[in-house]
Design a protein around this ligand. Structure first.
Ligand code: PEP
Ligand code: MG
Length: 838
């Protein structure tokens, strides 16, 4: 429909040309209610073109509306009708048309006091919001307040209060049309995703006054709980109430039977039955859970409006699944109705949305979920608290491997520094632990054991709540909702999987991670970071000794110690994954994450290696790097000290033989990290092939394996053709690739990321959401060159972006084979994959 040909005003009848695009959602929704023959008072829609004309003072023909002033009580309401409900709009204005004459008539029907209150409220609202007079002059209440309000109006404007209903209506419409164009309204709706020139329609409706003889009042009803989504009738009914602010003698009633007081169900069962009937019909025809606004006049119900029920994430899922199970919407639509991110809210505890929040600091929302605990500043204090069965939040400037045991003992982690892919963030996500990093507004004094956040100073042992879903640190204990991994969650994801989107694997380093991955139906392990298998206190020394050793015999001893640990690790993973693919990445230990940082750590290492402290200190200094993220990492370690990867390859192959003997045959996938040149791959491949031959020979059995490359340097993307020649698969490590493409440190970017995103330098944190223009181009180039060389090659993404819905859409569109993400993000990724496919 061409908006220029629309009538200035359209009565909302079953057959009228009311279009959401022109008249807004509310007008369209009212038309649906009218088509269902619900008792909706006469309503008219003004399209956005006409509203625009009204705002700019152009002539608009509102003649049709004057009929409303001649019917019923002669009053109308005006409501906004934007394209989307969440874009809001100017507040509803009730009782337009009231004047001395209607006041007298109303006084006879509903009583003088009620009529006075309605008239006074309208005059006051009109004076303040439409004539823009000083609110202090219109604060009267009580006896004579109406006369005073009318007098004040006259004094302030030198005119009588407008008595012509059409004049009142024209002024109300003009004021609402202009309010929509104001800068605050514009900013508010833009924050909800509205374009700057979002259109506004208006709805003018005959008033049904819930005042007068018989059962009268107004209320709202909904049929599901907004927080849980379970069927439950909630709402309220206010007797002798016309829908505006509470009248003096209005009395609130429960809708359903309630021991706390009389309910509508008891006192007016036929009204209650009507409401149920209307609710059922609205759900079926509008294909949505609706909240219905109604007015009762002398026992007769009018439906004046219906809006989509406000809902939490968990309620949203339950509602979508129930609508599909009841055959009201198709299953694929239920899948599309749930935002993938909403699933994260169900996997972890959440701050109850009804609870008050006192935010004392903010940071990056690095791992979702909420937790309340006592502040501890060291891993040891966290372990001590856990031993006392006390929930604690580990607060650190940033975390180091020694803190991992403290993280295990905590219910949440808060760090002053760091970004989305820094140590604390990656580990916490892997553990499903709520985490906030880069909370630059806090300052930690570990010696004094204090945490300052703005004007608040907190001591060790004080309670805080962290909300890792929003990045907010809250004062004290806040009510939390438990995770809701119920049948609805499982059902929705089963429907999502049926959509056939890109497959989803998990980044899993431990048997526990692998079990979580299975529980969430991951299609395999896409990244096992083997160095993470050594974070536990009893394992860390072995890893340190291996890195630290500079004599071949010392290294041999360290590797001999590690080999059985790794064999056992891999056997466990293969067994848990029961035939699903498992991609094991050879060691990629950034040295600063594994060498001791303080004297105590150095002494511990000296003890465990039985060496003088001075030797250990000298060696650690020799190994220290200015830029460890670009230093002796990944394949560089494998090329420089090849025995290390030999040991890992042997452990993988021996585990393959052991696990295949017991269960499903295993074809391990071995991945080489941080490659930048084809020759690196050749060198590692030759040695791994040799180890495979040795194990086949030693164990007198055959097995297959797949060797692949982790593409995480820009050069590896550009040379992906060469690299693919030797690889069964390529997996993009988009964390390092983002770091290197931007020249942006993963560990330090948190310090300025907020400013950069705030000022629009980056649309989003590129460690969080894949930079499709830059890093994405490298991904596409790499994939295209790899496929040209090796058409059947498997291509995937295993950086943190593998769990980000927009990035998953990109990978799907690029035709990649799978994404891999932290186990707790697998459900989000499965739903995002379905959204990309549908
Ligand atoms: C990556 O760089 O994207 C990756 C997955 O590896 P890591 O985070 O361990 O460096
Ligand atoms: Mg990496």
């Amino acid at each position: 429909m061409d908006p220029r040909n629309l009538p200035d005003v359209t009565e909302i009848t079953p057959s009228a040309g009311v279009e959401r695009a022109c008249h807004g959602w509310r007008a369209k929704c009212l038309q649906r209610l009218v088509r269902m023959h619900l008792p909706v008072p006469r309503s008219f829609a003004i399209p956005s073109e006409s509203v625009q004309s009204i705002a700019t003072g152009k002539r608009v023909d509102l003649g049709a509306l004057s009929e409303l002033f001649a019917e019923g009580d002669g009053l109308v309401s005006v409501r906004p009708s934007a394209l989307m409900p969440e874009w809001g709009g100017p507040g509803t204005i009730l009782n337009v048309g009231i004047n001395d004459r209607t006041h007298d008539r109303l006084a006879r029907r509903i009583g003088k006091e009620n009529a006075d209150t309605l008239y006074r409220r309208f005059v006051q609202g009109y004076a303040i919001h439409i004539a823009r007079l000083d609110p202090d002059m219109f604060a009267q209440e009580g006896e004579d307040a109406l006369a005073e309000a009318l007098r004040s109006y006259r004094e302030e404007t030198d005119e009588d209060f407008p008595q012509d209903p059409a004049t009142q209506l024209a002024e109300v419409l003009r004021s609402m049309a202009r309010a929509w164009d104001g800068p605050t309204a514009r900013l508010l709706r833009q924050a909800k995703g509205a374009p700057p020139d979002a259109p506004l329609g208006l709805v003018v409706q005959q008033m049904a006054l819930g005042l007068g003889p018989g059962l009268c009042g107004s209320g709202s009803i909904q049929f599901v709980d907004s927080v849980t989504g379970t069927p439950r009738i909630t709402g309220r009914f206010r007797r002798q109430h016309h829908g505006g602010t509470q009248g003096a003698d209005a009395q609130t009633q429960f809708l359903t039977r309630d021991e706390r007081g009389p309910s509508l169900e008891d006192t007016a069962p036929e009204v209650f039955a009507d409401l149920i009937r209307f609710g059922v019909a609205a759900r079926e025809r509008l294909r949505e859970e609706m909240q219905i606004e109604f007015v009762v006049v002398d026992g007769q119900v009018s439906v004046i409006d219906a809006t989509r029920v406000q809902r939490s994430s968990r309620a949203g899922i339950r509602i979508a699944v129930a609508l599909a199970r009841d055959g009201i919407i198709p299953e694929s639509e239920a899948v599309m109705r749930v935002e993938p991110r909403a699933l994260a809210d169900l996997l972890h505890r959440q701050v109850d949305p009804r609870a008050p929040r006192e935010v004392i600091a903010r940071g990056i929302n690095a791992s979702p979920g909420a937790a309340t605990g006592r502040i501890v500043f060291t891993a040891a204090a966290a372990q001590a608290a856990a031993a006392r069965d006390e929930a604690c939040i580990l607060v650190r400037r940033e975390t180091v491997p020694e803190d991992v045991r403290g993280m295990h003992a905590s219910v949440g982690v808060l760090t002053e520094r760091g970004g989305t892919t820094s140590h604390a963030a990656v580990i916490a996500r892997g553990m499903g632990l709520p985490c906030i990093v880069g909370a630059t507004g806090i300052s930690i004094d570990a010696r004094q054991r204090t945490l300052r956040a703005g004007a608040t100073t907190l001591l060790e042992g004080d309670e805080i709540t962290i909300d890792g879903s929003t990045g907010e640190v809250l004062a004290g204990r806040v009510p939390l909702l438990e995770p809701a991994l119920d049948d609805n969650f499982t059902q929705l994801l089963d429907w999502a999987d049926a959509a056939g989107g890109i497959s989803v694997r998990a980044n899993a380093d431990t048997p526990e991670d692998a079990r979580t991955a299975r529980r969430f139906n991951a299609q395999g392990i896409g990244l096992c970071r083997t160095e993470h298998m050594f974070f536990d206190a009893d394992r860390l020394p072995a890893m340190r000794e291996m890195i630290f050793a500079d004599k071949p015999e010392d290294r041999r001893l360290a590797l001999d110690r590690i080999l059985p640990m790794q064999r056992q690790d891999f056997t466990a993973l293969f067994e848990i994954m029961a035939g699903l693919p498992v991609t094991i990445r050879l060691f990629d230990p950034p040295l600063h994450e594994f060498l001791p940082h303080d004297r105590e750590g150095l002494r511990e290492l000296a003890d465990s290696m039985d060496l003088p402290l001075s030797d250990v200190t000298r060696r650690v200094e020799a190994l220290s790097e200015f830029n460890p993220m670009l230093g002796m990492r990944g394949v560089r370690l494998g090329i420089t000290v090849p025995e290390i990867y030999d040991m890992q390859a042997r452990a993988i192959f021996e585990a393959t033989v052991d696990a295949s003997r017991k269960g499903d045959p295993v074809v391990p996938e071995i991945m080489i990290p941080l490659v930048s040149a084809m020759r690196e791959v050749e060198l590692v491949k030759n040695r791994i092939d040799a180890v495979a031959a040795e194990v086949r020979n030693d164990r007198r059995t055959d097995f297959a394996y797949r060797l692949g490359v982790m593409v995480e340097t820009p050069r590896a993307c550009l040379r992906a053709g060469d690299i693919a020649a030797h690889s069964a698969f390529l997996s993009f490590g988009t964390n390092d690739l983002t770091q290197m493409t931007y020249g942006l440190s993963r560990d330090d970017a948190g310090r300025f990321m907020g400013t950069y995103v705030g000022q629009g330098v980056y649309a989003e944190d590129p460690f969080h959401c894949l930079d499709q223009d830059g890093v994405g181009e490298l991904l596409l180039t790499g994939a295209q060159r790899a496929r040209a060389q090796h058409p059947g090659i498997t291509i995937s993404v295993c950086g943190e972006h593998g769990g980000n819905p927009e990035s998953i859409g990109f990978c799907h569109d690029a035709g990649f084979d799978y994404v891999s993400c932290s186990p707790f993000r697998v459900p989000v990724a499965r739903l995002a994959a379905a959204h990309a496919a549908l």
